[in-house]
Every structure is written in C-alpha cells, then in structure tokens.
Design a protein around this ligand. Structure first.
Ligand SMILES: Cc1ncc(COP(=O)(O)O)c(C=O)c1O
Length: 423
C-alpha cells in the first residue's frame, strides 16, 4: 500500500471537517442492492438504517425510468412536461382533498425553507415553534428550527417545545403537548414576533422516535389552528409508507395539516422533495412571489418519483411495513430484555427506537452503551444508528422492503453484540 492514499485519507484531504462519518470503522461502499450495502472488501452489510431507498437500493424499475428519461429530455419546470403534472396529480390523490397544490424542490431543506416563508408571509408574523431536538434542514432558516444540529441560529423568532416524554409514555400526551405549544405561542407573542406556525416531524425521529398514542398530534394541531398559525407536517421521515398503516404520518394521527414537507424517500435516492399545501396558502404566496428551482421537479427526478409510487403499489409495501415492523419491534424488545437491559421500544411500522436511557445509571453511560451497540453491529455486518436528545436511543429504520429474514439476521447480530459487550 506504500504510496497509495486510502479512500478515508483522500476524503479527509478533500472535504472539510463538517463532513462526519458513521461508525468507528467507516463503510467504504462498493455497490448496493435491495437491503444490502456491499463494501469495498466484498462484505454485504445489512442496511437497517437508510430511509431514502424505500423500494430498495439500486431498484431496477427506478433506474430504468430515470435512465430512459435522461436519454430523452431533461430541462426544468419552465417548459411543459405532461409527466410532471401527471405525477403531481397522482401524488395529490394520496392526500386529503384540501392539500391540492405541490411545489417541487431538490431537498427537504428547500421545502422546509419555503414552508417557513409561506407561513410567515401569509400570517404576517415571524414566530415559529419546533420541538427542542428537531431536525428540519441545512439552510440558515431551517437550521434555526433544527436545535438537534445546534442552537447557534435559534433566535427570538423561534420557540422550542420539549416533547412530553412522560405523558406520551402514560398515553395522555395530546393535551400536555398542546399546553406546551400554547405556552410557546404566548412566549412568541410576548416577544413581539407573533405566531406564524409550527413545524413537526410526524414521527419525532430526532427527538427520540415518538409515534404513540395515535392521535396525540390532534390537540397540537387544534392549538395551532386556534391561534391562527400554519401547521407544517414534516413527512421527510414518516412519509411514503414508513408507518405502514398510512402513507403519511399526519394521516395516522387523524389530522389535516396546512403544509406538508416531503423528501428523502420520494425519489429513492434522486434529489426530489416537495412542499404540498392548500391552494389558498400556496396561491397567496405565489401571487406575490415567483418560485423557480432549477433542478426541482425536473423530468428525470419526476420519473424517479413516479417509479417509486409504482413500486410501492407493485410490492404492496405498506402491508409489508406493518407485518415486518411488528416482528422488528417484538424482536428488539425480546433481544434487549434477554440481555437484562431496561429498554423501551417505541415506534410503528418500520421506524423503531430502542430507548436505553434507563439501562445504565447515567445518560452518558447509556449513550456509550448505545454507541457500543451501533459499532458492534457494524462489525457484524449490520448498519443502524442512534438518536434522541441524549443519544440513548437505537435508531432502526430500514428500507421498506425489509423482510422477516432480515429481522432474524439483525436480531442474531444484536444478540451476539450484546453477549460480547457483557463479557
Ligand atoms: C425530518 C427532516 N426534515 C427535513 C430534512 C432535510 O432534508 P434534506 O436533507 O433533504 O435537506 C431531514 C433530513 O434529514 C429530516 O430528517
């Protein structure tokens, strides 16, 4: 190897420090297929983490549709491509009737940024509410509602609300959550910035994965409506069938938001995201402001997004998510308990959080345990990650074509990791 630069060194030489890697032993990718990431040494790694390739890594139908469109034409939304409007109406048919307009973007961050602009413009107010460990994106405005990234840009226009973890565990969380939101609205009013809206990940991923009890979002939604604010449902994590019972996380809670953010899974890896909203809100914004996003909604990305919907239907993805998700949560609970760990397994469908906060005496020790499990699994060929305000929650969120045999493989690697950690 003398004289040769390793892929890791080459990366460190070319990219700045803001780029972080997963795992003590980082993964160098060679190729991917289905739920597998094959590394440069030829080892297949089971992907139990990536939520972008919902219909499988390197999906053949997506690849064919994309390459056919790329060979045909690819400009932008200032020319008419019938396929763009056809896809938009196919997607709209999956939403409540009131949500009937779509703006395409390239990333979730751009869609959130636009949603913040819309909320602020239509209300004439500036104040936004987010959860205290939320993640909504990378732009200046979205960073400000992403305290899990940092609180550096959280200014007077932002009020943060703690997720009521205890009330959620006791099943009576909706009213407590709404009370906290009303308090935050009053804080924004008192600061003189007023209340423009609230943004919330519909499975609260970075706050630690909170999905139940079903309906706990409803009182929050009502509190926002009563105060004249815009409710923005961030479906980047929960959308496109992640919860299994529903296509969208908000639907599972029985609410209708004003604006919805779509992202990651929408193009199975192609950069397409969207802001979905009511005609009233998006046209009010549109009458004053032009929106042009060079790559947003280009026909190649639309082909990918359309192919994703084809595959979700063809593979009966939602039914698979319900069945495999149940096995996943049962397996996680049983395996963690078999090793004497005090754990709470939360989640629904194929988003699961294994909370190990109580497994050790201090949050720092629990965080270290979670990191050891994540790295131990990686060394056994299984990729997961961690989440939550204290980094004490195992984050398990595979592609939606995950099958029971993959759950078995995950549990056997987890069992082996925990055995190894306790010796
Ligand atoms: C809930 C949520 N919203 C928004 C985003 C931002 O999306 P993107 O990375 O496509 O800009 C993310 C990305 O992780 C996310 O998880």
């Amino acid at each position: 190897m003398t004289g040769e630069t390793s892929p890791l060194d080459a990366r460190r030489a070319a990219l700045p420090s803001s780029y972080r890697l997963f795992y003590e032993n980082p993964v160098v990718v060679d190729h991917t297929e289905g739920v597998w990431i094959h590394d440069a040494a030829g080892t297949p790694l089971l992907d139990v983490y990536n939520n972008v390739p919902v219909v499988g890594h390197s999906n053949a139908h997506v690849a064919e549709r994309v390459s056919a469109q790329l060979r045909t034409a690819n400009t932008h939304t200032r020319y008419v491509y019938p396929a763009v409007a056809e896809y938009a109406s196919r997607l709209e048919s999956l939403f409540p009737a009131a949500l009937n307009k779509i703006i395409f973007t390239c990333s979730g961050s751009e869609a959130v940024d636009l949603a913040l602009q819309v909320a602020r413009f239509v209300t004439g107010k500036e104040g936004m509410i987010a959860t205290s460990h939320a993640y909504h994106g990378t732009t200046a405005a979205t960073h400000a509602v992403s305290p899990s990234l940092s609180r550096h840009f959280v200014d007077d226009r932002i009020a943060l609300v703690d997720v009521p973890e205890e009330a959620l565990a006791n099943g009576d969380a909706g009213e407590e959550f709404a009370r906290r939101v009303r308090e935050a609205i009053a804080t924004l009013e008192a600061r003189g910035v007023g209340f423009a809206g609230l943004i919330m990940d519909q499975v609260l991923t970075s706050d630690g994965v909170f999905t139940d009890p079903v309906g706990f979002m409803a009182p929050v939604r009502e509190a926002v409506r009563a105060a004249g604010g815009v409710f923005i449902a961030d479906e980047v994590q929960s959308g496109f069938g992640r919860t299994g019972t529903h296509m969208w996380g908000f639907d599972r809670h029985g609410i209708v938001p004003d604006l919805v953010i779509l992202g990651k899974p929408m193009g199975n890896g192609l950069p397409i995201a969207a802001l979905v909203g009511t005609e009233e809100l998006l046209n009010t914004y549109g009458e004053t402001f032009r929106y042009f996003n060079t790559f947003g909604g280009n026909p190649v990305c639309i082909a990918a997004a359309d192919a994703v919907l084809d595959e979700i239907e063809r593979l009966d993805v939602l039914a698979n998510v319900v069945a495999t998700g149940t096995l996943l949560r049962e397996g996680l609970s049983a395996t963690l308990a078999a090793h004497g760990l005090e754990a709470t397994v939360r989640g629904t469908g194929l988003i699961a959080g294994g909370d190990l906060t109580a497994a050790r005496e201090t949050p720092a020790e629990s965080k270290a345990l979670v990191a050891d499990i994540v790295n131990g699994l990686r060394d056994r060929g299984v990729l997961i990650s961690s989440t939550g305000p204290r980094g004490t929650v195992l984050k398990v969120r595979p592609p939606l074509i995950f099958q029971s045999e993959h759950v078995v493989r995950l549990m056997s690697a987890l069992d082996d990791t925990l055995t190894h950690l306790s010796t």
